[in-house]
Structures are given as C-alpha cells and as structure tokens.
Design a protein around this ligand. Sequence first.
Ligand code: PBG
Length: 328
Amino acid sequence: MLRRPRRNRQSQAIRNLSTETHLNLDHLVYPLFVVNGNNIKEEVSSLPGNFRMSADHLLREIEDCMQLGLNSFILFPAIDEEYKDKTGTYAYHPDNFYLDIARKIKKEFPESCLISDVALDPYNVDGHDGIVKGGRILNDETLVQLCKMSIAQAEAGFDILGPSDMMDGRVQAIREALDQKGFHNTGIMSYTAKYASAFYGPFRDALDSAPVEGENIPKDKKTYQMNPANKREALIEAELDTTEGADFLMVKPALNYLDVIHLLKDNFELPIAAYHVSGECAMLIAACQKGWLNYEQAMPETLLSIHRAGADVILTYFAKDFAKMTKK
Ligand code: PBG
C-alpha cells in the first residue's frame, strides 16, 4: 500500500496539521429575543437556554458574550398585541422599544456588531412578513413599510440590516432608501434563499409571530418563502440580491440546506451566511436532554458542518455555548 490515509490521523498533532476547516468565534452571530419592560427574562420553552429579555437583562447578556469574545448579535422583538396593526407601523414608531434597545447597546458597546430583522411579522396582526389583503401578501406595498422600518433601524444604530421577508425587490428598495438618507455604511445581510420550512417553530413561539388563523389569511408563507424542493432557484435569488446591493447572502435554514450553502459559495463572491434556525437547534437540545447525544461533541460538529459546506457566517443559538467551550 503506497497510500495510507490513516497516517495523517495517527496523533492529535498530525490531525491538527491536516485540518481543513477551522471554526472560531469570529464566524458566529448570536440571535437574541427582546421584549418591552423591565427585569424580564423568560425562557422560550421550545428552545431551552434561550430567553425573551428586557433591555436591562439584554445589556448584561451582551456584556457577558463580549467578554467571551462573541461580538455579533442579531436581535428580534416580541411585540405586545396592542401595538400590532395591518401594516406594522409600530416598526418605525419613535417610541419603539426595539430601536431604543439598539441605541442603548451601541452606546454601551460601540465595538459590537448589531444586526436587525427587517420583516413585518412581529408587528403585523396577521402574523405575515408582508401586508395581507384579500387573502394575498402584497409585495410592493410591503416594500414601502420595509423601507421606513430600515431607515428607523439605521438611525437607531444597527450596523447591518437583515431583511427576512422574501418580498421581491426589497434589497434594492432598502439600499436606495438608506443611501438617500445618507446611511451609506449601513450594510444589508439579505435572507437570500429563505425556505418555507417547518423548522421555525420555536422562533415563532418566542415571538408569538406565527401566521394567525382566519378567513383570508394565508395559513403558511409559501407564496414568498422558497420551495424546499428547489436549489437552482436560489441562484436566481442570489443573482438578484447581489445586483440589488446586498453585502451578505444568507441561506436559511442551514442543516437541511447545506447543498444550497455550497452552491452559493461556489457561484458568488459575497460572504455567505447560514441561519442555523431554532428548530434545528431545538432538535439537538432535546436529544441531548434525553441523553441520546453528547452536547459538547454534537454541537461543535454541527456548526463545523455548516462552515465546511461554505458558510462564512453562522447565525446560531449555540454561539454563546461555543464561546464558553472554546474559552476553556
Ligand atoms: C421572520 C423570521 C423567522 C425567522 C427569522 N426571521 C420566522 C419565519 O419566517 O416565520 C426564523 C428563525 C428561527 O427559526 O430561528 N421574518
């Protein structure tokens, strides 16, 4: 035998030399759920270890993470029913607590990277990412709201905006709206290939943002989020987002779509992000709680697989635990 691949696996030192993929904290973004009020920290029951937090707790959480070397965060708001309406106007209301929290974070931690969520679903009485009328999701009317929301978020100090709504033309509309107001340096991480997936359940529990049941309200998001059967279509979305001015292209979910991550990595020069979504994390947590998997081994292997597939950036609920493990 001239070739013995096992030679390169025989000791830790040799394995280190021949390691192809390195995952470190620089690649990770930690999603956090925020609520209005004071001294609130409620665990999301379908995503153990993750909490809805008011500003006071959130600031301490961010401080904690930054001490571990984790500096990038994506924030999602849980909105009280009384502030929801058909067009999501609270998203850009001057008193919006989500914008206020962003201001506080950027003031106390200017070196953090804060990513927003741009979509109507937390603010919309119908629980959809766009405006619902006559049983349909209106595209172009929604863009107007997304632009107002984006400007408010840029003003609040978010470094990067994350349009997660999957309306057509939203990256260009947002880019132009930002530039017009002088926000040339506010970036866009576009949810480029976001699939109509069954794996967003715990997230919708956290924010109480699932599509509402009712007459003339579509029961799912399949007319705007992508069909899980499609891969080539992701190239169309990526081409559009690139020409429309996106700074990052995202694939979501991550694990069931590793082929799509790889495809975009091979075909585009922009950094590729992958959202390791709530349901994907919840499955692993549940198996570990049952003692069927070992968290300290299965969790980093999972993140590594997403990175190996081609994701430069991974948004994951495991970011803080990974930071703790690598600190040791
Ligand atoms: C909504 C949004 C969703 C997620 C991020 N932004 C849910 C959805 O599209 O219904 C899901 C994230 C996760 O499951 O962790 N605009």
